[in-house]
Design a protein around this ligand. Structure first.
Ligand SMILES: [Zn+2]
Length: 268
């Protein structure tokens, strides 16, 4: 049987401050673990600083997938269909056990038909009390913009957490300033910026800084001159470039492409 992982600090803060959103998009390797941990933190009577006890009935049932208020909704033959969303809507309308929280975890949320997505949207617009919808997806940019705009995005990449220590405030602030300046820059300035870092290690840290900045913007901690969908698209793009940089790619070309794409994604 799996075990819970420590809940992300921002999410824990939101619970403690009573500022939990009713809809989230979780992306990355630990998305499901974090979704289950959130469900358990909301319902386990012994949860402590973001860590559910793991042994009470609530915790054991959540881990076993049998807790009646924690629903895992998977695509039906590759697609989330309207019927599935209607069932979800009916379940969301029921009251929870012991006045607890209802959590709906929708896996591969990008595989939602337009009808299903519009049905979900109605729920997100008028969410039942004490209910959280968590959309798990590797491609948030494929969700309907109307659905996207109602959700808070969290990216749980193993690598990102692992390497978090490598990012200092200066790197992050440099990345934020660069993203703020981008729309005003001329294309040759963008290319000059892309070629400033020549060593692979420097480029990796630079990309991580950009990813962190985009992540902060996606969860509303900072604002960037980019539409929400562009922020998500940019984060996905920077993330894949981080994977590429450790393989045998032409780094110079990669950096050019990353910065040019970010430049295109900015609002002017
Ligand atoms: Zn427990």
């Amino acid at each position: 049987m799996a075990d819970f992982s420590q809940l992300n600090e921002l999410l824990l803060n939101q619970i403690n401050c009573g500022q939990l959103s009713h809809a989230y998009i979780f992306r990355g390797q630990q998305a499901m673990e974090q979704a289950l941990s959130l469900a358990a933190n909301l319902n386990c009577p012994h949860a402590d600083y973001g860590m559910p006890c793991g042994s009470c009935t609530v915790c054991r049932n959540i881990l076993a997938g049998t807790y009646p208020d924690c629903h895992i909704v998977e695509p039906d033959k590759g697609t989330h269909r309207l019927e599935g969303m209607k069932t979800l809507g009916a379940q969301a309308g029921l009251s929870s056990m012991d006045n607890g929280w209802k959590v709906f975890i929708i896996t591969q949320a990008e595989k939602m038909s337009v009808e299903a997505a519009n049905n979900l949207l109605k729920l997100l617009e008028e969410p039942p009390a004490q209910t959280v919808f968590i959309l798990l997806t590797a491609q948030p940019e494929q969700l309907l913009p109307t659905v996207l705009s109602r959700c808070q995005l969290f990216i749980f990449t193993g690598d990102l957490n692992h390497r978090q220590g490598e990012i200092d405030d200066i790197t992050l602030n440099d990345a934020i300033s660069l993203l703020m300046e981008l729309p005003k820059m001329h294309i040759y300035e963008v290319l000059l910026k892309a070629r400033e870092k020549e060593k692979r290690d420097e480029q990796r840290v630079f990309l991580l800084g950009l990813l962190h900045a985009l992540h902060s913007a996606a969860i509303g901690k900072i604002s960037l001159p980019m539409a929400y969908a562009s922020i998500l698209r940019s984060a996905t793009m920077v993330e894949s470039s981080l994977e590429l940089i450790d393989n045998n790619v032409n780094q110079k070309l990669l950096m050019d492409v990353v910065l040019l794409r970010l430049w295109q994604n900015c609002e002017r």
